[in-house]
Structure formats: structure tokens, C-alpha cells
Design a protein around this ligand. Structure first.
Ligand code: GLY
Length: 353
């Protein structure tokens, strides 16, 4: 996989001009969704590098992360004369960077693209590391490719206008990066006041958080080993996300991951000796900021079934990433049904469900 330049912008204009200049192209395209077109693109107006850029606008949110939307992007590129030497800039949250990245990876067998993520989730996770794709057949990110952006420009000023729920959603992935890296970073994250966000501190923590992901992806770009560390909280988290969706009350990805981390820290404690006090501290933080995902013991079987079908499993064996301690990662762990039901009991007890 090619190296990806991740830039914490001091001045988006200068950084974007430089990056675009480094990638000679015959035509430049900028992909937004209807939200980022009206809320974020104006912030880029007047930037020299984007003069004459062709705009492609798609529908917002996960519901539009489809083959039809992808085809509409291919169609727009084709109709407006894109060649293999064209450059695509994706401006948006994870849906835009995932779908735009996949459109770039596949159009004429691949064109260069740049990500400018506008949500915290996209900044610290989706836009970095080369995973691109769309949903298909009712399954999230079912079709895709590893195809890194040539550059990712992190302009944390966009976060000032992000709503609280989406800020928290991205922050869950930052907490995960704290847990899988080091105690100092985790302490800093746990001490941050999300209700009165200090944006200068947040910017520095975003830089540290992305570095954790970059270091891991560099060692294992295609998730054969250590990249699975980034799946902490996601096995139980995906089950919560799917259950919520099936019940017609979808939850944001990061919230599901936060609740998934409560479950998987419990598993880490009983199976790998993760310290109880640290587990309590993280659980308390999650309870305070993310509230509670409600389910009853009648839904344990459904949640178990969802985990059995997780795409991270091999041969039907549920795969977890667990921790012995902060930054001490245990890959490819599993647990039997009885232990998983105990895990759900623990979740409901400590979260007060
Ligand atoms: N979102 C986890 C990864 O990029 O591997």
C-alpha cells in the first residue's frame, strides 16, 4: 500500500495548495454530500488549487452509501471528462470519504484522491488507513478495497460546528486509540471535558489519535494481524448497531463502539486480566457521556447471533481484540456463549439497565 500523508492543518489553504500542486492532474473533481456542500465547501472557496474544480454532489448519510450512488459518481466523472490523470478531493464525513475513495480506486482502475474529513469520526478513523467501500445487500462496507488517499488533510476547525452527538461518536474511536496505545494518552482523553470542549487541546489529541492509527496501519495495511487492534469494541459494538437498526432506532457508530468497549473491557478483565479499576474508570466515562443502550435478557440470543455473523470472524468463531492492560493487545481472542451472556449481564448491571 502506498504511504499516505496525514497533515494536521495549520492553514488549510496552504496545505491544500501544496498537496494539489504535488499531484499534477488534467482535471480536478470535488465530491461532497448535500450537507458538506452547503456547510463546508464555502470554507474552501477562493482556494487557488480548487479553481475550476468540477463539483459532484451526492445524497448524505449511510442510506446513500450504495452502488447507485457509486455509479452516479462514476457517471459524473465519465461524463465530465475525467481521465486516469484526474484528481478527486473528497470533502465530508466517513460516508463521503469511503464512497469517494472507492470511486477513485475503481475509476479507470484507479485515480489519485485526497481526503478532507469534516467529522471527528472521519478524521480519526474513516479517512485514514485506506479502507474504502460501500454497503451492499444490507451489509455495511460489504464491497470495497484497500486504497489509501494520497493525502488526508485534517482541518479541526470543522469540528467547531459539528453537533455534540457526532463529536461524541468520533471521540469513542479516540478512546479506543487511547486504550490500545498508552496510559498517558488515555488519561488525557478521560480528563477532557466534552461539554466545554477546548478546541486547541482537542486538535492536539486528534493529532496523537491519528498517529496511533497510522502507526498500526503502516505495520499491517491489510489487517492480517496488528491492525485488528483497531477492532477493540467493534464485535459487541456492531451487534448493538445492527440490533438498534433492526429495531428502527439506529444509533451512531461511535456510540455503539463505546458500549461495545464496555463489554469488551469486561471480557478483557476476565480473560486477560485487564485491571478492574481502569475498566471501571472507562465504563464510568462512557456511561456519563454516551448514556445507555437498553436491551433485555430476551435479546441476548439475537445479539449472540449477530456476533456469530460478524465479518471479522473466521469459520464462525467470534473474534475479539482484548487488552491485558492499556496498550497490551491480545488479538484473535474468543469466548463461549455462556461467557458472552455474562458479559451482557455485566453491561446491564454496571450501566444500570
Ligand atoms: N476502522 C478500523 C480500521 O480502519 O481498520
Amino acid at each position: 500500500m502506498n504511504n499516505q500523508e496525514v497533515i494536521i492543518c495549520e492553514q488549510l489553504e496552504n496545505d491544500l495548495n501544496r498537496v494539489v500542486e504535488q499531484h499534477p492532474h488534467d482535471k480536478l473533481f470535488i465530491l461532497t454530500d448535500q450537507h458538506t456542500h452547503s456547510l463546508c465547501l464555502p470554507r474552501l472557496k477562493g482556494i487557488q488549487a480548487l479553481e475550476g474544480a468540477e463539483e459532484i454532489i451526492i445524497g448524505p448519510e449511510d442510506v446513500n452509501k450504495t452502488l447507485d450512488t457509486l455509479a452516479s459518481v462514476w457517471q459524473a466523472l465519465s461524463a465530465r471528462g475525467a481521465s486516469r490523470h484526474s484528481l478527486l478531493v473528497n470533502l465530508g464525513g466517513g460516508m463521503v470519504t469511503d464512497l469517494g475513495g472507492f470511486a477513485a480506486a475503481t475509476f479507470k482502475r484507479g485515480i489519485t484522491y485526497i481526503n478532507i474529513p469534516t467529522t471527528l469520526l472521519a478524521m480519526v478513523d474513516a479517512s485514514v488507513g485506506g479502507k474504502t467501500g460501500i454497503n451492499f445487500n444490507g451489509l455495511k462496507n460489504e464491497i470495497g478495497a484497500f486504497a489509501p488517499a494520497t493525502a488526508v488533510l485534517l482541518e479541526t476547525e470543522f469540528l467547531r460546528t459539528l453537533d455534540d452527538c457526532n463529536l461524541l461518536s468520533g471521540y469513542a474511536e479516540m478512546l479506543k486509540h487511547g486504550l490500545i496505545s498508552d496510559q498517558r494518552h488515555l488519561n488525557e482523553l478521560l480528563a477532557f471535558d466534552l461539554e466545554k470542549a477546548d478546541y486547541a487541546r482537542l486538535k492536539s489529541m486528534v493529532g496523537r489519535s491519528v498517529q496511533v492509527k497510522e502507526d498500526i496501519v503502516e505495520q499491517d495495511p491489510q489487517e492480517h494481524g496488528i491492525r485488528k487492534a483497531l477492532n477493540l469494541g467493534h464485535t459487541a459494538g456492531h451487534a448493538f448497531e445492527s440490533l438498534a437498526l433492526a429495531e428502527g432506532c439506529p444509533v451512531l457508530h461511535g456510540y455503539a463502539v463505546a458500549w461495545g468497549m464496555v463489554c469488551e473491557l469486561y471480557l478483557s478483565h476476565i480473560k486477560a486480566g485487564f485491571p478492574k479499576e481502569k475498566m471501571r474508570q472507562v465504563v464510568q466515562f462512557i456511561k456519563t457521556y454516551y448514556g445507555i443502550f437498553n436491551f433485555t435478557c430476551n435479546q441476548y440470543e439475537t445479539l449472540y447471533g449477530l456476533m456469530k455473523h460478524d465479518k471479522k470472524n473466521t469459520a464462525g468463531i467470534i473474534n475479539f481484540t482484548l487488552l491485558k492492560d492499556t496498550g497490551e493487545i491480545c488479538l484473535n481472542q474468543t469466548a463461549d456463549k455462556e461467557t458472552l451472556f455474562e458479559m451482557f449481564d455485566f453491561y446491564r448491571e454496571c450501566m444500570g439497565v
